[in-house]
Ligand binder design. Structure first.
Ligand SMILES: *[C@@H]1O[C@H](CO)[C@@H](O)[C@H](O)[C@H]1NC(C)=O
Ligand SMILES: *[C@@H]1O[C@H](CO)[C@@H](O)[C@H](O)[C@H]1NC(C)=O
Ligand SMILES: *[C@@H]1O[C@H](CO)[C@@H](O)[C@H](O)[C@H]1NC(C)=O
Ligand SMILES: *[C@@H]1O[C@H](CO)[C@@H](O)[C@H](O)[C@H]1NC(C)=O
Ligand SMILES: *[C@@H]1O[C@H](CO)[C@@H](O)[C@H](O)[C@H]1NC(C)=O
Ligand SMILES: *[C@@H]1O[C@H](CO)[C@@H](O)[C@H](O)[C@H]1NC(C)=O
Ligand SMILES: *[C@@H]1O[C@H](CO)[C@@H](O)[C@H](O)[C@H]1NC(C)=O
Ligand SMILES: *[C@@H]1O[C@H](CO)[C@@H](O)[C@H](O)[C@H]1NC(C)=O
Ligand SMILES: *[C@@H]1O[C@H](CO)[C@@H](O)[C@H](O)[C@H]1NC(C)=O
Ligand SMILES: *[C@@H]1O[C@H](CO)[C@@H](O)[C@H](O)[C@H]1NC(C)=O
Ligand SMILES: *[C@@H]1O[C@H](CO)[C@@H](O)[C@H](O)[C@H]1NC(C)=O
Ligand SMILES: *[C@@H]1O[C@H](CO)[C@@H](O)[C@H](O)[C@H]1NC(C)=O
Length: 731
């Protein structure tokens, strides 16, 4: 097929699809915003397939004209062919006056209707600015957000968003819709001299720097920041897209382009091949780069540069040959003695070649060794070899790659803000779970090492066992025993099911008792004692017999020997997090007890602690549960499937126990050991009923009293870390 044939075919293809990508009458600008194909401002000027189109609406009634995403009202400020576009967002806020009355509030929501866009989880963050501010964004999969609290300006730094005055949370992958909400614990009473408003917004990571003056800036609410949306073409992989189906044309139209599967989304993106630049979505869009013109150092001085299609050549003087890797002109052997030379050269070259290969292998090995060292490998090897008969193993990258089928997506059994968990099969046919973090900053590396050392010391039937780790990679990986039954969260809240789950009360109590035993062990018998710090049903795994195993020790700490509280970052999951921690920054054993109390409530009610009981009052599960118990309305809140006349007595007693665990004052909560005993007595009494003394109805628990303030905002479903947390949507 000649050039004419090729052009004709291109033309026919174009016409058949009703596309005219090169139509010169198509506007390529809206105001000063460039709109490159596949985007376009009117029919015939943009790419289109069965599911979507790439229309950008340019409204010229504004001066300068404004661009909007499709028919919506979302402002577009930048379009890039590398798979990103930028839109702007308004800020949500809530303000109080000095006497603690709310003066202003605005929250917003965002819906991206078109299938080809989603919020970039790598480039955006959810930012919160304020000194008594808890803000979150809700998605269909859960909520996510953070808390910022401060009583003075000390400890704040311009540019540092660390939970004092400013906090931020990451965005979940593939996010398309969210709504935001904002609240306060003390109505800015403790910061009223310098901050009376809280602000929240999603913005590109690099585009917001916290400044202390923002706290007192009444104009902040009018500022806009760009949000990055990822876009891609189609719903297929490159492989599938190259044989187009009706209605799903292949978008990489330029002959000198290539297709890359989108990293962040379904679908693909087009890119000009190396040596070319331009627009890969347009026929003839990728143009040859004239390397000779742009770059004088590309050829040795004595050579002449000759540009070729997609490449270049350096024409060396007669008798010399261009050596690309060294950018030199090398002499060639003369014909004299050619045959003799050939033999020596060949053997020499072989040697060099082999050495080169060996060098390359060595480089990789060196890198692996470096990572191993960076990740504390030698120390750990020493540590573990000094531990008696420890089954802990250090795996190589290759072993884990083989165990997971090269980290095959089909092997993923869990995914969260912290990383991805794969199901793996070791060579000895032993099933394991392999946790691979996404990326790690220093804090997360610390958490990793902490989790590894803590878990490796624990040997308890209800605590998930760590089998080993891999340190050769930049991001170290942890290998656990495989616990096949899913999480307690999933058992209690099966996906797509609104009705109560039919788990017998006995099972619920047994699981509670097992979790309590594990925590009591961590608190009392492990040496030194360990605080879990993130007890929640999503961190409780179930084996094939529904036996509980407590997992996720990423946040855990070894308690100081003097039994004092641990004053670190506030970390935990909203809804399960002890309200005392938020006030005092102190995490104690009793904070785990509070979280356990919430697990108990979740077991009894089947409700999610991070979701408000009533969307109108935003009343939290903890508050609603305590007041139902106090008001003799327990029946209203208990899971209907466990609530029966003959079980009422035991339900009351378990509820009392949960209620004690949820006491606002940590000192009033039982220890985990006491909980274990109480649950044991309750479970045996269920077989042989006898009356237990009812706990005194404490003069209206503090919980009830403080509820409006301390709880209205705890309806977040996420992991808080730092006082500004980092939340994972969902659980
Ligand atoms: C495509 O653009 C060319 C040049 O403007 C025009 O002649 C042709 O009619 C257009 N084809 C279609 C299908 O719009
Ligand atoms: C494009 O317009 C925006 C808003 O009007 C302005 O901020 C920006 O500086 C302009 N850019 C150029 C290159 O003119
Ligand atoms: C442009 O914006 C104005 C003001 O918001 C609106 O009234 C008008 O309908 C818009 N025009 C188009 C074509 O969307
Ligand atoms: C705060 O607002 C409340 C209600 O709007 C008002 O009654 C009160 O006087 C205000 N206080 C101050 C100091 O402005
Ligand atoms: C922080 O930045 C603001 C303005 O951006 C400036 O006025 C202030 O002096 C800075 N404060 C410190 C402690 O650097
Ligand atoms: C986002 O919201 C729109 C409209 O409310 C809805 O049609 C769409 O299914 C939602 N998208 C996702 C991913 O839930
Ligand atoms: C504000 O704090 C002060 C001192 O901490 C306290 O006396 C006062 O009752 C608080 N006011 C409100 C409205 O909470
Ligand atoms: C906050 O801003 C107001 C007015 O803009 C100013 O009078 C006040 O001194 C500022 N306070 C602080 C602590 O910066
Ligand atoms: C934020 O601060 C960093 C470091 O000071 C600076 O490089 C960057 O340009 C700033 N970004 C913005 C949007 O101000
Ligand atoms: C992509 O979308 C087309 C048209 O809606 C549909 O027929 C096809 O099944 C989809 N393919 C995939 C892999 O989802
Ligand atoms: C010029 O070419 C050299 C060698 O290929 C390359 O390293 C360098 O980055 C190029 N410089 C520019 C400005 O393209
Ligand atoms: C330079 O490259 C072109 C191909 O792009 C080739 O036709 C031409 O012969 C080359 N010139 C020399 C002097 O080799």
């Amino acid at each position: 097929m000649g050039l004419l044939g090729f052009l004709l075919m291109q033309f026919l293809l174009t016409a058949a699809l009703g596309l005219n990508t090169t139509d010169p009458s198509c506007e390529t600008k809206c105001g000063n915003l460039s709109i490159p194909y596949p985007f376009g401002v009117r029919e015939g000027c943009y790419f289109k397939d069965a599911n979507t189109d790439y229309l950008i609406v340019c409204n010229t009634t504004f001066d300068p004209p404004k661009a909007f995403l499709g028919e919506g009202n979302i402002d577009v400020v930048d379009i890039s062919l590398n798979g990103e576009i930028r839109i702007t967002n308004l800020m949500g806020y809530e303000c109080y006056n000095e006497s603690g009355s709310k003066t202003d509030k605005w929250t917003n929501s965002f819906t991206i209707g078109s299938p080809q866009y989603s919020f970039s989880h790598t480039k955006n963050r959810f930012w919160v600015v304020g000194c008594d501010t808890t803000a979150f964004f809700e998605t269909e999969r859960g909520a996510s957000g953070c808390i910022s609290y401060c009583t003075n300006l000390q400890g704040m730094e311009n540019g540092s968003c660390s939970g004092v005055g400013c906090c931020s949370a990451s965005i979940t992958k593939g996010l398309k819709n969210f709504s935001t909400n904002i609240g306060t614990y003390y109505n800015y009473n403790n910061s009223k001299e310098f901050n009376l408003c809280g602000y929240m917004f999603v913005a590109e990571d690099s585009q917001y720097n916290f400044s202390i003056s923002d706290l007192n800036d009444t104009k902040l609410r009018h500022r806009t920041f760009p949000i990055v949306l990822d876009w891609s073409v189609g719903n297929q992989t490159c492989e599938q897209a190259k044989t187009p189906l009706p209605g799903m044309p292949y978008a990489c139209r330029s002959r000198n382009s290539q297709c890359n599967n989108s990293n962040n989304r379904v679908g693909y993106l087009c890119q000009c091949s190396t040596g070319y630049q331009g627009n890969p979505y347009v026929v003839g869009g990728c143009k040859d780069i004239d390397e000779c013109k742009n770059n004088s150092t590309i050829c040795p001085r004595e050579a002449q540069c000759n540009n070729t299609q997609g490449d270049y050549d350096c024409l060396c003087p007669e008798g010399q040959r261009f050596n690309r890797s060294a950018t030199t002109c090398d002499g060639m052997c003369s014909a004299v003695g050619f045959l003799i030379l050939l033999a020596t050269i060949t053997s020499l070259c072989w040697g060099v070649q082999r050495k080169k290969l060996a060098n390359q292998d060595k480089k990789i090995q060196d890198l692996k060794n470096k990572m191993f060292e960076q990740n504390g490998g030698p120390l750990l090897v020493e540590y573990f070899s000094s531990q008696p008969a420890n089954a802990f193993r250090i795996f190589t990258e290759e072993e884990l790659s083989m165990a997971t089928d090269d980290f095959n997506k089909g092997r993923v059994i869990g995914e969260g803000g912290h990383g991805v968990v794969y199901r793996g099969m070791l060579e000895n046919d032993k099933a394991v779970a392999i946790k691979k973090s996404k990326k790690m900053d220093e804090r997360e590396k610390d958490e990793f090492v902490r989790e590894m050392t803590i878990l490796s010391q624990i040997n308890h039937v209800h605590v998930v066992k760590i089998v080993g780790c891999c340190l050769e990679v930049e991001i170290p990986m942890l290998v656990y025993e495989h616990v096949p039954g899913g999480t307690l969260f999933d058992l209690l809240h099966p996906k797509g099911q609104q009705q109560g789950t039919l788990i017998p009360l006995e099972t619920r109590l047994r699981i509670a008792a097992e979790v309590a035993e594990a925590l009591a062990y961590l608190h009392s018998y492990a040496s030194p004692p360990i605080l879990h710090k993130d007890v929640k049903t999503a961190n409780i795994l179930l084996d094939e017999n529904q036996r509980a195993k407590v997992s996720d020790f990423g946040a855990s700490v070894v308690a100081p020997a003097d039994g004092l509280a641990v004053a670190t970052m506030v970390q935990g999951t909203l809804g399960y997090l002890d309200p005392e921690v938020i006030q005092s920054y102190q995490f104690t054993e009793k904070s785990d007890v509070y979280s356990f109390g919430m697990v108990l409530v979740e077991l009894l009610t089947g409700k999610k602690p991070f979701e408000p009981i009533d969307t109108e009052t935003k009343r939290s599960l903890a508050g609603a549960f305590v007041s139902a118990l106090r008001g003799n309305r327990l029946v209203d809140i208990l899971e209907s499937t466990v609530c029966s006349e003959e079980e009422m007595e035991i339900l009351l007693e378990v509820s009392e126990l949960a209620c004690r665990c949820l006491s606002v004052n940590g000192a009033d909560r039982p220890t985990m050991k006491e909980v274990v005993t109480a649950l044991h007595v309750l479970r045996t009494s269920r077989d042989h009923p006898w009356a237990l003394p009812c706990l005194p109805q404490e003069a209206e628990s503090l919980l009830g009293e403080r509820e409006p303030m301390a709880y209205t905002t705890s309806d977040l479903g996420t992991t808080v870390s730092h006082i500004g947390l980092e939340i994972e949507a969902g659980r």
